[in-house]
Design a protein. Structure first.
Length: 482
């Protein structure tokens, strides 16, 4: 097994006239002579030339699309078009047959909807090979970015008793018999009898626990799965997704924005350098897809241009108040083209508003700051009331072309009295978060952090239109297949 050479390494090698062993899956077999072999290390197939006159006909019949094979032979310069080298097979072994009548991935174009139904096999297509190689690079780059800067990688709990966002869209965790849970005398479910002795759920965010780490280790980051029981069947939502959440002691909002911008540029550049071939393929794929759309719906930039655009431009920073003024005066708002018209200060911005600011007005990534207190979470640091009587918090969102919000963060409220007052206003039980409030009682300091939805990032870098196509096995309402 160890003699095997990966196809990517062979295609990049300058060597020829050497004996090699390759293993992979047959993409196509034509004229009883040419195998297109792929092992997932690259989208490019290796051409294997079969001496069919001297090969057992029974073996030739088994060289079907999807079959796993091992080939030993001579690597030679190719005379045919489309490849630099090919392997002249001396020995072919079938490792696993694939019934051509039943194999669902025949060599033709398949819709993304169909491929979602066979997510266990879609890795074998060029599109998903590229997407998941890019995803891998982005994940590695995230860790590398933080490790180079001395951050501590903290594993925050997946099972928790807190709902960090206060939205109540959580998945409950229990080992009760759901048909017959223990009851209290008043007839309510008795959670004291449950495994953890209290109601628990899957985490919606590692942020609150991350803050505890930052209050001792200074700079930490989490990178793990989070869960939202939101009954949302859109191209932007998943019930299970991965979040990157750094928390930094002694940071203010400006430091927070600087770090987030630096992170995004770093990981995009890493993917462009490491996965040039995959991103080139995905750029072409997107161009072909865009050709099916009416002219006015097509993107002004190719995928590659969009990624480069984020690297080449400093992100535009402005306050929510400034953004509302721009949107209120914008042509689509005046002509009632927005699905959600901007009527004034306090409106919660929708994706269409965010994309207008990025794609039409500034034509570059945008960081919005200082949102209305009423539409943001309890833990965000409160600003002084401004001259117009507006109450705002030190929040920031980073908006990207084609996708809207990609990062959400804030400077955290470190003043105990202000935090407790806000929790009371929002009905968040202080006794349940006593441990969180302790960090404000004992050595509180200014600190900040943000959350980056990993799948949104992968979606942006790969150009995929649906978030279900950038995670191996998507979880969404009525679907937990595979």
């Amino acid at each position: 097994m160890s003699q095997r050479i990966k196809i990517k390494a062979l295609l990049e090698s300058e060597q020829t006239d050497i004996n090699v062993t390759v293993k992979g899956w047959v993409r196509t077999f034509r004229n009883n002579q040419f195998i297109a072999l792929n092992d997932g290390s690259t989208n490019n197939n290796l051409q294997v030339v079969v001496d069919f006159e001297n090969t057992d006909p029974a073996l030739l019949k088994r060289l079907t699309t999807g079959a796993a094979i091992s080939v030993s032979g001579l690597l030679v310069a190719s005379l045919g078009k489309g490849q630099k080298v090919e392997v002249k097979a001396k020995e072919i072994e079938i490792l696993g047959d694939s019934d051509p009548e039943k194999y669902p991935l025949q060599p033709k174009k398949h819709s993304l909807e169909f491929l979602r139904e066979i997510a266990h096999l879609r890795f074998r297509t060029s599109t998903f090979g590229s997407v998941f190689r890019v995803r891998n690079s982005l994940a590695f780059a995230v860790h590398q970015f933080f490790q180079e800067r001395g951050f501590i990688y903290l594993h925050t709990p997946i099972i928790t008793a807190s709902d960090a966002e206060g939205a109540g869209e959580t998945f409950h965790v229990t080992n009760f018999d759901l048909l017959n849970p223990p009851k209290t005398e008043s007839g309510e479910i008795d959670f004291k009898e449950d495994f953890f002795g209290r109601p628990t759920n899957l985490t919606v965010s590692g942020q609150l626990e991350g803050e505890l780490g930052a209050m001792a280790l200074s700079d930490i980051y989490t990178f793990g799965p989070t869960f939202r029981a939101e009954n949302s069947n859109t191209t932007r939502h998943l019930a299970e997704f991965w979040m990157i959440e750094p928390e930094m002691a002694f940071y203010d909002l400006n430091d927070n924005m600087d770090l987030a911008e630096e992170l995004l540029k770093y990981v995009i550049k890493y993917a462009l350098d490491k996965n040039a071939e995959d991103i080139s393929f995905l750029t072409q794929r997107l161009e072909d897809e865009e050709k099916q759309k009416p002219q006015q719906e097509r993107s002004e930039m190719s995928l590659l241009e969009k990624l480069q655009f984020c690297l080449d431009n400093d992100f535009e920073r402005l306050t929510y108040t400034e953004a509302i003024d721009i949107l209120k005066e914008s042509t689509p708002n005046k002509k009632k083209k927005f699905q959600y018209p901007i009527e004034g200060w306090g409106t919660d911005l929708q994706s269409e508003h965010e994309r207008y600011l990025v794609e039409k007005h500034f034509k570059k990534p945008v960081i919005l700051t200082d949102y209305p207190k009423q539409i943001k979470a309890f833990y965000m640091r409160q600003n002084e009331v401004d001259a117009n009587g507006h109450e705002t918090v030190r929040a920031m969102d980073i908006l990207f072309p084609g996708i809207g919000e990609i990062v959400g963060g804030s400077q955290r409220e470190e003043r105990l009295d202000k935090l407790e007052q806000r929790m009371d206003e929002m009905g968040i039980p202080k006794d349940e978060l006593w441990w969180y409030l302790d960090t404000r009682r004992f050595g509180a300091c200014p600190h900040a952090g943000f959350g980056l939805g990993f799948e949104r990032l992968v979606q942006f870098v790969t150009g995929m239109g649906n978030i279900r196509d950038v995670i191996p096995f998507p979880r969404f309402p009525k679907n937990a297949e595979f």
